[in-house]
Design a protein around this ligand. Structure first.
Ligand code: XMP
Length: 429
């Protein structure tokens, strides 16, 4: 194994991720684990040089003050207990926070600054091979950043012991299913099962206007299709998953309740009886992207903007119809093309079109024509909890409007959404 590790034990601090990132910024790999880590779990972690017992405001769980397990105290490794309350300073003895951390990591633990993307990938490849042996792994590959990076890593680690399943539910953006096939099957030589489930999803969604029901149908149908494919394959023991560290935080830890449960497309049921392979689960998003680049994935895949699990299903407002779905897909493609051409790709956090279930009168070929309208949304945010509207140049908006109304069938008007979050949400449903 190439990299040293400092283990952070969660004893109720809200700052575990911050501390993990600070130490990684010093070039040393960190992992965050629950306070009650067992001796066997501890022994399985490679190259641990020291342990930080990171206490904090959530240290009392169900009326009991938690402490690190006996395995930790008996490990013989350097230990550092931080028992700050709330945002009180890390080091009470006058040292700056950074000096205190450095003294422990490099002075006491003698860790080496050898954490970087290449070493992380090399270590994960070794760990994946150890875990999987000669068995087979199945992966639901949506083409999103996380599942794509896991796929690339698994292909490198275990080659054709991996089978990827890409479910095209008809709600992906223009060109996405084709890109998944091109990159993973053609360029990386993966076993890729491509499932055309478009009709199945659209039939299930026909006439359903209520947004939460639409989401539930999409999620449930995804699981059904994936399970059907899994059953066709023999001898699968493992399931690869693109879990990343923010997913774990949001789903709650032993000391912090869930922010929101993670019900998403790609969220698979636990009774599938597979053991999980989750090589990215300790990484933050920017680190996942860096791995993707190092593994040779195209920038358009690695740096793509966030896209909701239910996809265009929540942007084709109300009951989904095929004509409006095509209109939102085509207008979104034009918007993305124009943003890329005008230097806004990678600058604006999220931008897309939505299509309401609304026609208005217009004029086409000198005749009255009732057609759809599409809405452009372009927002910036740090955490998606609040958002501001991008100040898109007016002439660019006019140009995009001209293209959409000329090129997208059945659309005669384009609107720009000026609403920040709050009061609007980023998506329209
Ligand atoms: P809202 O609309 O709540 O969106 O302001 C915040 C962020 O979350 C994305 N979003 C979703 N992502 N499944 C997802 O995976 C969903 O059902 C979903 N709904 C919204 C949205 O695109 C934005 O980035």
């Amino acid at each position: 194994m190439k990299q040293d590790m400092i283990l952070i034990l969660d004893l109720g601090s809200e700052e575990n991720p911050r501390l993990a990132r600070e130490i990684r910024a010093m070039g040393v790999y960190t992992e965050i684990h629950p306070h009650d880590i067992s001796a066997a779990e501890l022994a399985a972690l490679p190259n641990v040089k020291g342990i930080i017992l990171n206490g904090g405001v959530n240290r009392v769980v169900d009326g009991v003050e938690i402490d690190a397990s006996a395995a930790v105290y008996g490990s013989g490794l350097p230990l550092w207990a931080i028992d700050h309350k709330g945002s009180a300073p890390l080091a009470a003895d006058g040292k700056t926070r950074e000096t205190a951390i450095r003294d422990f990591v490099f002075g006491t633990c003698k860790a080496e600054a050898n954490w970087n993307t290449d070493n992380f990938i090399a270590d994960q490849i070794e760990l994946i091979r150890r875990q999987v042996g000669d068995k087979k792994v199945l992966l639901a590959l949506s083409g999103g950043v996380d599942s794509s990076v896991v796929a690339a890593l698994l292909i490198k680690a275990i080659g054709d012991q991996l089978t990827c399943v890409h479910v095209n539910h008809g709600l992906l953006r223009k060109g996405e299913p084709e890109q998944v096939v091109q990159v993973f099957r053609e360029e990386m030589g993966a076993n890729l099962v491509y499932v055309d489930a478009v009709d199945r999803f659209l039939d299930k969604l026909a006439g359903v206007a209520e947004p939460e029901r639409k989401r539930k149908i999409i999620g449930a149908e995804f699981i059904r299709v994936f399970e059907e494919e899994a059953r066709k394959l023999d001898g699968i023991q493992f399931l690869g998953q693109g879990t990343i560290y923010p997913d774990i935080i949001e789903s709650g830890t032993k000391t912090v309740k869930a922010v929101k449960s993670h019900h998403n497309v790609g969220g698979l049921p636990e009774d599938l009886n597979f053991e999980l392979v989750e090589p990215l689960k300790m990484l933050f998003k920017d680190e996942v992207r860096a791995c993707g680049v190092a593994l040779g994935l195209p920038a358009s895949m690695v740096y793509r903007q966030p896209f909701p699990g239910p996809g265009l299903g929540v942007r084709c407002l109300g009951a989904i119809t095929r004509d409006r779905l095509e209109a939102v897909r085509e207008s979104d493609a034009i918007l993305r093309e124009e943003f890329a051409r005008n230097g806004l790709e990678g600058k604006v956090w999220q931008y897309f079109t939505a299509i309401p279930d609304l026609k208005s009168v217009g004029v086409r070929d000198n005749k009255r024509a009732d057609e759809w309208c599409v809405i452009i949304r372009a927002v910036n945010t740090v955490d998606a909890m609040t958002a501001t509207v991008e100040n898109v140049p007016f002439d660019l908006l006019q140009h995009i409007t001209a293209r959409i109304t000329a090129e997208v069938k059945g659309v005669n008007r384009v609107l720009f959404d000026l609403t920040p979050k709050p009061t609007g949400t980023i998506e329209w449903e």
